[in-house]
Ligand binder design. Structure first.
Ligand code: HEC
Ligand code: HEC
Length: 259
């Protein structure tokens, strides 16, 4: 069947009629890496063809020039990528900060302030920090501080949980319909994974560049023809919090290749 020639609406209808192949909660949680083609998995394993190597090396170089002045103990950053997003209070207002947000907060303290959330230096630094944490368990926890922060963190998690199940866009689909209900199904050229966010940042061949989780989530909004939230919006951070808490204990296996 040449599904590629069909309009998206027809395609999605066909897709929704496919038998359910979703994994049940009893099965081990699966990383997105397992849903790649054998060729892409081979590219992921081979440092000579894996484009991520260049980004990681660039991140390491930037780190030693721009960051070690305030962070002399690089070892202290080893597991940092496993703990984000974190809740911070700015002038008494709570907000979630993911790793790229934190990198950019720190870049404002240097002579090379960030131009955007997805600028190449920020992504390189994120790639390098994630590479340090490869193999460590995801570990996103509520703040240890005061009860007010804990309540704000729980509220953000509840909003992310609810949003994951809320229908979106012209396709009228929620995240859960694809990422729990259709795991293993083929959608266009991709195979739907359970969306465990262990593999970020990702080098997506489709983008011809590296991208953060923020960008991937926006691509899913666009895929269901929903209004795409602004980069860095609270909505995207709440979803990131929910998905990362859901993946707690899984090994971080990013940065990684995606189709
Ligand atoms: C002028 C000092 C300064 C510089 C330079 C600096 N940082 Fe930071 N960094 C901080 C402070 C202070 C914190 C504590 C959190 C905060 O206030 O943002 C921090 C926290 C962090 C954290 C979070 C650590 C954790 O345990 O959660 C990361 C990641 C980080 N910095 C990355 C970087 C990177 C990447 C650079 C280089 C681009 C950098 N920092 C440069 C001052 C600095
Ligand atoms: C129409 C189906 C569909 C819907 C609805 C959808 N996605 Fe996706 N999503 C995909 C496909 C296809 C991919 C790429 C293959 C994969 O990794 O699952 C993807 C990828 C992802 C990934 C990256 C996984 C990885 O390991 O690279 C995350 C995270 C994600 N989606 C989260 C979400 C969230 C959150 C929502 C709701 C706002 C959502 N998706 C809605 C189809 C969907």
């Amino acid at each position: 069947m040449r599904v590629r020639r069909l309009p998206l609406s027809t395609l999605l209808t066909l897709f929704l009629l496919l038998p359910l192949t979703g994994v049940s909660n009893a099965q081990p949680r699966q990383s997105g890496l397992l849903f790649l083609t054998p060729q892409l998995q081979a590219m992921q394993r081979d440092p000579d063809t894996n484009p991520i190597s260049l980004w990681r090396d660039q991140g390491q170089a930037l780190w030693s020039v721009q960051c070690t002045g305030c962070h002399p103990k690089t070892e202290a950053m080893k597991d940092v990528a496993t703990h984000y997003p974190k809740l911070v209070a700015i002038n008494g207002v709570h907000q979630l900060r993911n790793l790229e947000d934190q990198i950019n907060v720190c870049r404002q303290r240097t002579e090379h302030p960030a131009k955007s959330l997805e600028d190449a230096d920020t992504l390189s630094l994120s790639t390098w920090l994630h590479a340090q944490a490869q193999g460590l368990p995801m570990d996103v926890q509520p703040p240890a501080a005061d009860p007010t922060s804990q309540a704000a963190w729980q509220a953000a998690l509840a909003q992310g949980t609810q949003r994951y199940a809320t229908r979106l866009g012209r396709m009228n689909l929620a995240c859960v319909h694809c990422h729990d209900g259709k795991v293993g199904a083929q959608l266009r050229a991709e195979v739907v994974s359970p969306a465990h966010p262990t593999g970020f940042p990702i080098y997506r061949l489709n983008w011809q560049t590296l991208g953060s989780m923020d960008r991937r989530l926006r691509a899913c909004y666009s895929g269901v023809q929903a209004q795409v939230p602004a980069p860095g919006s609270a909505e995207l951070r709440q979803l990131e919090l929910y998905l990362k808490v859901r993946a707690n204990g899984m090994p971080l296996d990013g940065p990684s290749i995606r189709r």
